[in-house]
Design a protein around this ligand. Structure first.
Ligand code: GBH
Length: 454
């Protein structure tokens, strides 16, 4: 009898980029080193009651000192690419003014070491860690922050452009706007009303657009510019023509304030109608800047947003998950593999985007070390296998997803959840900084080696 495993036909294109992703404040630590200035996450995490157990990113994975060893781990897994973010306040400790060369050195060395290991660096310029000085002047509510971001982004990308050929302006505008400035559960911990939030949102998308232009003005020819957005991955409840049409409509409306305005240079009529007197002030020139063409779109996908056909004005309705819906170790992380099929497929169809990456996908698990020092995260393996199967479905049908970044390489500082929620495929003992590959690392290594999911 054959012991060969079945299903090795679910292959990816030979140049598919397998990677993993991290963010500065979640992994680096070394918050007082090399001239770094404070960010809103230092302030927030050090404010009592804001994070689980009062956890902070002061040390995190100590990646600032250990990146060389961690790159050896990446190499061992066979990673082709690695996505990191730059801490703005390492480059400009007070947000603007004179750059801090030591800060830039770190990212230069990181990019060099990645290339030396045969790993392509992908760089995000903003993963939520706004310099505190800029927050003191109103943060993203202040129109000047958009300009300051563009100046920082253009400067930094220009300096790194010898070794980095893919830049993303911002990670998940949606999350830092809504969770940070409306719900107050992330830094800077504000609970703005609808009017102020809509104006802040406008400054954020404007900052993105200005940054795209600033980056293009400083980087080497051939450098690609995009973003990484946590889109609402509208997914038809059943794959029938009427629900699929509903998912198309929902994609534009449910992403109206972020990806839609960035793609189309206008807020949708329904968005403006919903806001009424709270709609943001903007000029036609700003809308042109916001719409600056991108070379690629990065999509962070964790859970789907199920939608169905509906005879309302919108033409669709969002279907909230029943309370019995299965989720991973984080209550929000519903398991819905089809989201990674429908999200990119609809972005491609609606906006004719020709180059996409899954800039994040992954899961939390209640990982623990066995007495033998192993981590058997079979639930994370189940999650990844199912999502990758749906990703392969899209790619094999011609959806132009060129790479996949697993969130995350290492267990790290999970924002307001502190160190309680683990997303890594490498287990980190935060007391000793010891790294231990989990079962999911073995799984991912095999996917990469076969360039297939089975
Ligand atoms: C990503 O956000 C982030 O880019 C990354 O930094 C993070 O580590 C990773 O996901 C895992 O969380 O507290 O129940 O209200 C994904 C989108 C938006 C999901 C905020 C969690 C808070 C849920 N996230 N959301 S809850």
């Amino acid at each position: 009898p054959s012991t060969h495993s079945a299903g090795t036909t679910r292959t990816f294109p030979s140049d598919f980029l397998w990677g993993s992703a991290t963010a500065s404040y979640q992994v680096e630590g070394a918050v007082h080193e090399a001239g770094r200035g404070p960010s809103i996450w230092d302030t927030f995490s050090h404010t009592p009651g804001k994070t689980h157990n009062g956890d902070t990113g002061d040390v995190a994975d100590d990646f600032f000192h250990r990146y060389k060893e961690d790159i050896q781990i990446m190499k061992g897994l066979g990673l082709k690419t690695f996505r990191f973010s730059v801490s703005w306040s390492r480059i400009f400790p007070t947000g603007t003014g004179s750059p801090n060369p030591q800060g830039l050195d770190f990212y230069h060395h990181l990019a060099d070491a990645l290339l030396e290991a045969g790993i392509q660096p992908f760089c995000t310029l903003y993963h939520w860690d706004l310099p505190q000085t800029l927050q003191d002047k109103g943060g993203w509510e202040n129109h000047d922050t958009s300009k300051a971001f563009a100046d920082y982004a253009g400067y930094t990308a220009g300096k790194l452009s010898d070794n980095v050929h893919h830049f993303m302006t911002m990670n998940e505008m949606r999350t830092f706007v809504d969770v940070g400035n409306r719900e107050g559960r992330h830094a800077p911990g504000l609970k703005l009303d609808d009017k102020r939030l809509a104006q802040l949102n406008h400054h954020v998308v404007l900052g993105h657009g200005l940054a795209v232009r600033a980056i293009r003005a400083t980087v080497k020819p051939g450098t690609k510019v995009g973003l990484a957005e946590n889109i609402s991955a509208t997914t038809p409840v059943v794959e029938s023509p009427e629900h699929i049409e509903a998912a198309h409509k929902a994609l534009r409306e449910e992403n109206a304030s972020f990806l839609t305005v960035v793609q189309e240079g206008r807020y949708t009529d329904l968005y403006l109608k919903r806001l009424g007197g709270n709609a943001p002030k903007f000029t036609a020139e700003e809308m042109e800047i916001i719409r600056s063409p991108l070379d690629f779109v990065g999509i962070n996908i964790y859970q789907p947003m199920y939608v169905r056909a509906d005879s309302s004005e919108k033409g669709y309705a969002v279907v909230p998950p029943p309370s019995s819906y299965p989720h991973m170790f984080s209550p929000w992380l519903n398991v819905g593999p089809e989201g990674i099929y429908w999200g990119p497929k609809l972005v491609h169809e609606v906006w004719k985007v020709k180059e996409m990456y899954i800039t994040e996908n992954g899961a939390s698990s209640s990982d623990h070390l066995t007495p033998e020092g192993k981590v058997y995260d079979t639930d994370r393996v189940m999650f990844l296998r199912n999502y990758l199967t749906q990703l392969q479905r899209g790619v094999s049908e011609g959806v132009p997803v060129k790479g996949y970044f697993l969130w995350s390489l290492l267990d790290n500082y999970e924002w307001a959840d502190g160190y309680e929620k683990r997303f890594g495929i490498i287990y980190v003992d935060f007391a000793t900084q010891q790294r231990t590959p989990k079962l999911s690392a073995e799984f991912y290594k095999q996917v990469i080696a076969k360039n297939a999911v089975s």
